[in-house]
Design a protein around this ligand. Structure first.
Ligand code: 5RP
Length: 228
């Protein structure tokens, strides 16, 4: 599996040109991209990256990839990031690694978002992977109630749980928020659900990435597929 992730990352790297400003995703697949990019930088490639998490910032620094912020520059050429699920419209569920807020800000600031994944992430319909919803801890009960109403209005339902870190404490995002993971099973209309969740004041962001990905590089046993 790890080999497939690296192959997808290597294919995405072929799109990178000298002088590009890059969004650097988060997760085990995106980490392969950062490592391979670091090798190219060491060989003379001139690029600059914006990391989507503190973990990716640390990886990029370790690999010698020069970094900047979206305060210093206001647009990116390409973001390369992983995903938890990818549907045939290139809608995504992201946030399994907890970085969805910065990932979405960075993807939205990019001309192109290339999603890299092993082909187990390719699904006919989103929803089997629990949907991460980043929330403000204040008023969480009321926010959960509003989320349930949004689910009902969009024809989905399922258990919600506040994400815990490995040490058993509540998982806190890089932005200082919490994540609620919702087991929905099947999301028939992800665009409507995305709009409904975005309208809830206590929801900071959600893991539905609608219309942001320009292409997906999927690595499987039979080779690499690029879907656009
Ligand atoms: C992090 C993400 C990741 O891109 C997603 O969880 C996929 O991770 P991996 O490449 O480790 O399977 O959205 O917030």
């Amino acid at each position: 599996m790890d080999q497939l992730k690296r192959q997808a990352a290597a294919r995405a790297l072929e799109e990178v040109r000298d002088g590009m400003q890059l969004g650097l995703g988060t997760g085990s697949t995106a980490k392969h991209f950062v490592e391979l990019l670091g090798e190219r930088v060491a060989a003379g490639l001139k690029v600059i990256g914006v990391p989507t998490s503190e973990a990716t910032r640390a990886d990029a620094e370790r690999c010698g990839v020069p970094l900047t912020t979206l305060d210093e520059i206001d647009h990116l050429d390409i973001t390369v990031d992983g995903a938890d699920e990818i549907d045939p419209e290139l809608n995504l569920i992201k946030g399994g690694g907890g970085a969805l807020l910065r990932e979405k800000i960075v993807a939205a600031a990019s001309d192109r978002m290339i999603v890299i994944a092993d082909d187990s992430k390719w699904v006919p319909t989103l929803g089997k992977f629990p949907l991460p919803i980043e929330v403000i801890p204040f008023g969480l009960g009321a926010t959960r109630h509003a989320i349930e109403k949004a689910f009902a209005a969009c024809g989905v339902s399922g258990q919600m749980a506040v994400r815990k870190a490995k040490d058993g404490h509540v998982f806190v995002t890089d932005g200082g928020h919490w994540i609620v993971d919702a087991q929905l099973g099947r999301i028939a209309d992800p665009a409507s659900l995305a709009r409904a969740l975005s309208a809830i004041p206590g929801v900071v962001e959600h893991g539905l990435f609608i219309g942001l990905a320009s292409s997906a590089v999927l690595a499987g046993g039979e080779g690499i597929r690029v879907i656009e």
